[in-house]
Design a binder for this molecule. Structure first.
Ligand SMILES: Cc1cc2nc3c(=O)[nH]c(=O)nc-3n(C[C@H](O)[C@H](O)[C@H](O)COP(=O)(O)O)c2cc1C
Ligand SMILES: C=C(O[C@@H]1CC(C(=O)O)=C[C@@H](OP(=O)(O)O)[C@H]1O)C(=O)O
Length: 386
């Protein structure tokens, strides 16, 4: 079972990820991992820090001659900003930011002298390590032709005016659109103006990201126990990301507006096995993938640090105060879309290994290619898929 632990402080030496449970024999494509790290730094609206860092993965353990050995893997993403911070005398932060971990973190860990000790770890800089690890797990998924891509369906309240059900098009915009959305040039301009206004006036923006996992084999996850339910596991991984506040699968909250007859995916059988004509369920029924694309949407709240500060309290004097102004992103919805994929990748990989084994790539691939139910359930085996 893959397990990822990250460590590191935002302005410390490095963000680290330790990954256990990756099978042996997985070929490491470092360019792919570094490309994912670059994407995580992208998107209009990021703050000054992104101009300092050029995140790359330094794989310290667990990989020999470009392949995993089955041993724990450690990846370091070195913080360039460390050079600027290591001898820096910083002012203590005593006016906690609403929406960040500052206030409760100060009390919980006894850091009433300075919220900096809280924010150093609460910071979403942590997601650099998570994305490095998640990209490595995506390489595992790629060996089974499982693909994952995201696009933004609401950014700061603006929804792109184009719509499509075409997965090839969505996959393509997720790779090439500078806003990772289906927006027209006019939508791009409206959003650019909004983000520029936010930068000028000191407010921040959130958004909604739709993630699609397809192709994905059926029968991943289980209805047997709460822990095995795949939708629950995906939700937990997504909600563990800084500033992500909600997730919905398939029709999601729109289920409430429909009678059951218009909310289930009727079952058919044809030459290629079972199939559906709709995907209201978002590809998961009874905690298991049903072979349809897994589709879920995650909402990101606006970034809590505001350049037009919010009302707060000075923790020592208990006087009214304004929240601290820290260098910060104005919006990071694009970056969050990459983080979401990284957080979910291990969930899918673990469900796959639960069914097909977990020690060695060749054996897992062999067990996978011999699974007779896959075809009957309408899933095309990787060699026949194109
Ligand atoms: C990619 C990414 C970048 C973020 N950048 C910032 C930032 O620059 N400033 C900030 O205050 N919060 C930022 N956040 C959000 C905070 O880290 C988060 O709101 C905070 O840790 C409190 O956690 P919560 O919102 O999950 O309750 C970012 C989140 C993500 C996913
Ligand atoms: C450093 C990253 O994000 C950071 C997330 C973050 C926060 O509070 O979450 C605060 C900012 O940190 P800094 O004070 O160094 O500018 C962001 O830049 C990153 O994504 O790599």
């Amino acid at each position: 079972m893959i397990h990822i632990t990250t460590s590191g402080e935002s302005h410390g030496r490095a963000m680290l990820a330790t990954i256990t449970g990756i099978p042996s024999g997985l070929e490491i494509d470092l360019d792919f991992i570094n490309h994912e790290l670059k994407l995580r730094q992208s998107g209009f609206g990021r703050g000054g820090r992104m101009k300092i860092e050029t995140d790359t993965a330094d794989i310290l353990t667990g990989v020999i001659n470009g392949k995993t050995t089955g041993s724990p893997i450690t990846i370091a993403v070195w913080n360039k900003d460390w050079d600027n911070w290591k001898d820096k005398k910083t002012e203590p932060i005593l006016t906690p930011r609403p929406g960040h971990a500052d206030l409760i973190g100060m009390y919980k860990y006894g850091h009433l002298d300075d919220a900096r000790k809280v924010l150093e770890r609460a910071s979403a800089r942590e997601t650099a390590a998570r994305v490095a690890a998640g990209a490595l797990v995506k390489l595992f998924l790629r060996a089974f032709k499982i693909d994952m891509f995201s696009h933004i369906v609401n950014w700061g309240g603006i929804t792109p005016s184009r719509q499509t059900e075409n997965l090839t098009e969505i996959r393509e915009i997720s790779q090439n659109s500078p806003f990772r959305w289906l927006g027209t040039p006019s939508d791009d301009e409206t959003l650019t103006k909004l983000i520029e206004q936010a930068m000028r006036e000191g407010f921040t923006l959130g958004g909604i990201i739709e993630t699609i996992i397809y192709p994905i084999p059926p029968m991943l996850g289980s209805y047997q126990t709460a822990e095995q339910k795949l939708d629950a596991q995906i939700a937990a991984s997504v909600l563990s990301i800084q500033a992500i506040k909600g997730i919905e699968f398939g029709l999601g909250f729109a289920y409430a507006n429909r009678p059951g007859k218009d909310a289930m995916d009727a079952i058919y059988y044809g030459e290629r096995g079972y199939y559906r004509q709709t995907n209201y369920a978002g590809g998961i029924e009874g905690g298991m993938t049903n072979g349809n694309p897994v589709v879920f949407r995650s909402v990101m709240k606006p970034i809590p640090t505001q350049m037009s500060p919010l009302e707060t309290v000075h923790v020592q004097t208990k006087e009214k105060a304004l929240s601290v102004k820290e260098r910060s992103d104005v919006t990071a919805v694009f970056a969050a879309s990459i983080v979401i994929e990284s957080a979910v990748a291990p969930v899918i990989a673990n469900a796959l290994m639960e069914r097909y084994g977990s020690d060695h790539m060749e054996r897992i691939l062999e067990a996978f290619s011999r699974d007779p139910s896959l075809q009957e359930l309408g899933y095309l085996l990787p060699t026949h898929r194109h």
